[in-house]
Design a binder for this molecule. Structure first.
Ligand code: MG
Length: 158
C-alpha cells in the first residue's frame, strides 16, 4: 500500500537571520524569518509526509505558540514527523522537493542536503530529490522578499 502527499511553505527573507534550507546553513546576506529555524524546504517536506498519512499539518503538531519550537532545528521536527508516521505504520518511500528563490544558487548545496535528509527519512540518498528554480524575478520571490518550497512524498506500509 502506498500513499502520496504534498506540502508547500513560504518564509519571509530578512536581514540578521541565518538561511537554513534542506537542513544546511547556506551563506547569504539575508535569512528566513520564522518561529523555528524557518527551513522552508523541511517544513514543506514535513507537510508532505503528514499529508500522505492524512495526519494533519506541521502547524498542528508544532504550534508556533509553543516555546518548545522557538528557534527549533527543523531537522528535529522532520525526525519527529517520520516517527509519527512510523507510529501509524508508514515509512518513507521517496521525496521530491523544489525550492523557489532568486539567490543564492542552490545546486552547490544539493548533495549536502541529500546527505543530511536521507538518514532522517530512513531512505537512501537516491530516494531524496532536491531541485531549485528562480521565480524569473516576478512576485515576492522575484523581489527576494521571500523563499518558497514545494514537496511531494510517497510513503509505504512499514
Ligand atoms: Mg514554515
Amino acid at each position: 500500500m502506498v500513499r502520496v502527499g504534498f506540502g508547500f511553505d513560504v518564509h519571509r527573507l530578512v536581514e540578521g537571520r541565518e538561511l537554513w534550507l534542506g537542513g544546511v546553513l547556506i551563506p547569504h546576506t539575508v535569512g528566513a524569518l520564522g518561529h523555528s529555524d524557518a527551513d522552508v524546504l523541511l517544513h514543506a517536506l514535513c507537510d508532505a509526509l503528514l499529508g500522505a498519512a492524512a495526519l494533519g499539518d506541521i502547524g498542528q503538531h508544532f504550534p508556533d505558540t509553543d516555546m518548545r519550537w522557538k528557534g527549533a532545528d527543523s531537522k528535529v521536527l522532520l525526525r519527529e514527523v517520520v516517527r509519527i508516521i512510523g507510529e501509524h505504520g508508514w515509512k518513507v518511500g521517496n521525496v521530491d522537493c523544489t525550492l523557489i528563490l532568486e539567490r543564492p544558487k542552490i545546486m552547490p548545496h544539493v548533495s549536502a542536503m541529500r546527505a543530511v535528509l536521507a538518514p532522517l527519512l530512513g531512505v537512501d540518498q537516491d530516494a531524496v530529490s532536491i531541485k531549485a528554480t528562480t521565480n524569473e524575478k516576478m512576485g515576492f520571490v522575484g523581489r527576494e522578499e521571500g523563499v518558497a518550497a514545494h514537496a511531494v512524498a510517497l510513503i509505504t506500509r512499514a
